[in-house]
Design a binder for this molecule. Structure first.
Ligand code: NAD
Length: 362
């Protein structure tokens, strides 16, 4: 399928190919949908095997950001960037400043920050060239690491899931199997530990799990065994695509709720979970804490306000579960429907022309 066909299929507005051989930069900025506002989404650095893989990744990731923003009540559109380079060896001031200049050329139509393979410090370089950045380090005027608020939102969302399944949000005494003891997984385990959960954790990196054994007394599962753990809740906090034909039949839980992006290998896996009686919290709804933080930063960051909005992830999930039950559809189908409705409703705002010199796409 050609690039224009792929863009039409998912409704993308724009792809920007950025090339600066002297800086070693090959990047693609994907702008999916700016109905709600300028496109907002992180910048991933990844050593793709080939160009097509980078194109597919930026298309998929930017479309996901539209849904995440719409579902979490943010007033931003969906976008994402990918830099095609090895994050272990390819990072230079030249590359990130060059990338910053491409971002600046879009004059606020796209706002970005960290994602897999990039850190806050990389964007201090980019900030020399563009204003359109979020989640810079706090010492640089940004709102800083987003993993804390993401974990907070997942924890609150998990409580809403518990309420839907067991009639009470209380997680005390529940067993939660957490896949991934990285930044979000670690903070999530801390919340669940303080609420009195029994925790089973896996990570490819044994040191990360060991830290949680010491700090919270978690039990350990080997990476491939986490799917078989008898538990109440399975929390995927590592990579995407892990809910698939092989893993879903192995799950021994009532709820799947975690931070990882794109947890379902294919859309049909939402039906498979539903048929097995497992409540699935749509990933783009429950993991929106980081987006909520950076969207708030664009209005002048206020931590209390951001955490209040992240706590409302629980309300969004309650609405989704209600609609899902009323219509007999999966929570993913219900969430997608609420996203479509919000985009359609608010899209009509743009019928009113504001000025002759519109800025920022509003
Ligand atoms: P991270 O890189 O800090 O942690 C990921 C962890 O998963 C690492 O410790 C890694 O070793 C582990 N891992 C990878 N594959 C694994 C496997 N097969 N089994 C067990 N462990 C495995 O990343 P993070 O910031 O904690 O993000 C975790 C997930 O949440 C990612 O999918 C990310 O896209 C998503 N997410 C993060 C944020 C955020 O604010 N950081 C926001 C939204 C979504």
């Amino acid at each position: 399928m050609g690039i224009f066909d792929l863009m039409r299929e998912q409704g993308h507005e724009q792809l920007v190919f950025c090339s600066d051989p002297e800086a070693g930069l090959r990047a693609i900025i994907g702008i999916h949908d700016t109905t709600l506002g300028p496109a907002l989404g992180g910048c991933r650095m990844w050593n793709y095997a080939e160009e097509g893989e980078a194109v597919l990744d930026v298309l998929r990731l930017s479309a996901g950001m539209t849904a995440k923003s719409a579902a979490s009540g943010c007033t931003y559109g969906g976008g994402k960037a990918v830099i095609w380079a090895d994050p272990r060896t390819g990072k230079t001031e030249h590359l990130f400043r060059s990338f910053g200049r491409f971002v600046e050329s879009l004059r606020g139509r796209f706002i970005t920050g960290t994602d897999v393979g990039t850190t806050e410090d990389d964007f201090v370089w980019a900030a020399q060239e563009t204003r359109w950045l979020v989640a810079l380090p706090q010492w640089y005027g940004g709102s800083g690491d987003t993993s804390l608020i993401t974990a907070f939102g997942v924890w609150k969302g998990m409580r809403a899931c518990a309420e839907a399944v067991w009639g009470s949000p209380d997680l005390r005494g529940r067993t939660v199997a957490v896949q991934g003891a990285g930044k979000v997984g670690t903070h999530l385990v801390e919340h669940l530990h303080s609420e009195g959960c029994r925790l089973v954790v896996s990570d490819l990196d044994p040191e990360r799990v060991e830290r949680l054994v010491q700090r919270c007394g978690v039990e350990v599962a080997a990476p491939d065994e986490i799917y078989d753990v008898e538990c109440d809740i399975f929390a995927p906090c590592a990579l995407g695509g892990i809910l698939n034909d092989d893993t879903i039949p192995r799950l021994r839980c009532r709820i799947v709720a975690g931070s990882a992006n794109n947890q379902l290998a294919e859309p049909r896996h939402a039906d498979m979970l539903h048929q097995r009686g497992i409540l699935y919290a749509p990933d783009y709804v429950i993991n929106a804490g980081g987006l909520i933080q950076v969207a708030d930063e664009l209005q002048g960051y206020n931590q209390d306000r951001a955490y209040r909005k992240a706590a409302a992830i629980a309300d969004a999930l309650r609405r989704i579960f209600r609609l899902s039950a009323e219509r007999g559809i999966t929570p993913v189908a219900a969430a997608d429907e609420l996203v479509r409705e919000r985009l359609e409703r608010l899209g009509s705002l743009k019928r009113f022309h504001l000025t002759t010199r519109q800025e920022g796409g509003r």
